[in-house]
Design a protein around this ligand. Structure first.
Ligand code: ASP
Length: 324
């Protein structure tokens, strides 16, 4: 059966694609209840974006509406439920890019902003900058009345246990007892969305708590335009998820767009080449969701799985977690 991604005749109307992180909880840990809850949240995010797009709203607004649902859910590594730093704190990164203007905004290492993707939009619309970090970013959020939450709001029991497990493995590795073996589920959950609206405009956004057990102050690819997020009506909109250091070095999101621009290749071929060959050969685990102005969708990932979903004008959410 054709999935929304493989339709040969994409609808010229509107499309929203989301991801909820690369890497998949092992089958024995992903209980049917957990899978159901994750899929229901992805459905809700797709429907929230769909309601913006079906009214003729902008792709930027649809991306933000979808991402906010995922940030508010404790199940994903963004907003509430973000992974923890080695010190047990939260530092969140987010970015948004408008493909119609190539304007962009991002925030990094914020600790109290309930919806970092809203702050990324503020940086884009209300400042002359692209990326604001730390206290300066939080002050901007406060000035514009964004909801701030105490640090505890973001921290879940699941993330505390995850940090303990990773740190124990790390100690064992240092003591030579065991090879470092990060559970494939340990950095899942970063969220992102790309959208094409009725006006033909693309947008992309990404939001994350980063990677579990990261050093305090570490910033990944998600708030870096060109690495974790990119959108340009002339080529495509991309949001990535995976090991951020590799996405930064490979400028992954922009690399896909550049291949389309300079080599004239299709979205599918550009995304495949960058994720399944360049990123993979470099040792970088992860995937992207990508969308072009004709409504073509590509969702390659070289990890075991990637939480992902698509909704088109018919309003029927499609979601998947593993390879299918
Ligand atoms: N790319 C994110 C980061 O490195 C993590 C992820 O996508 O899981 O911060």
């Amino acid at each position: 059966m054709a999935t929304p991604a493989s339709r040969s005749q994409p609808s010229p109307d509107f499309v929203l694609v989301i991801h909820g992180g690369a890497g998949v909880v092992p089958k024995d840990e992903l209980t049917p209840e957990k899978e159901k809850a994750a899929r229901a949240t992805m459905d809700a995010a797709l429907l929230a974006g769909h309601s913006v797009l079906s009214r003729g709203g902008k792709s930027v607004d649809a991306v933000i509406a979808a991402i906010k649902i995922l940030e508010d859910s404790p199940l994903f590594n963004a907003g509430k439920g973000s992974v923890l730093t080695a010190d047990g704190t939260v530092g969140m990164d987010a970015s948004i890019m408008d493909g119609s203007t190539c304007q962009a905004g991002a925030c990094a290492d914020v600790k109290h902003v309930k919806n970092p993707i809203e702050l990324a939009r503020l940086v884009m619309n209300k400042t002359h900058h692209v990326l604001l970090a730390g206290d300066g970013a939080e002050i901007l959020a406060k000035e514009h009345g964004l909801t701030l939450m105490p640090a505890d709001y973001f921290i879940t029991e699941h993330r505390k246990l995850q940090l303990q497990r990773i740190q124990k493995q790390e100690q064992e590795r240092k003591a030579g007892e065991k090879k470092a073996q990060l559970n494939s589920a340990d950095n899942i959950g970063t969220v992102g969305a790309v959208a094409l609206d009725k006006h033909g405009n693309l947008a992309a956004g990404t939001s994350t708590g980063g990677m579990a057990n990261k050093r305090f102050g570490r910033i990944g690819d998600s708030p870096v335009i060109g690495a974790g997020t990119y959108a340009n009506n002339q080529t495509c909109a991309v949001s990535g998820t995976g090991h951020g250091e590799y996405f930064l070095r490979g400028v992954v999101a922009y690399d896909i767009a550049a291949k389309m621009e300079y080599q004239g290749v299709s979205l599918a071929n550009a995304a495949e080449e960058v994720v399944m060959r360049k990123l993979k050969d470099a040792g970088g685990r992860g995937g992207v969701i990508a969308l072009d102005a004709k409504g073509n969708v590509a969702m390659p990932f070289n990890s075991e799985g990637m939480y992902r979903g698509v909704i088109r004008a018919d309003g029927k959410p499609w979601t998947a977690i593993r390879k299918e």
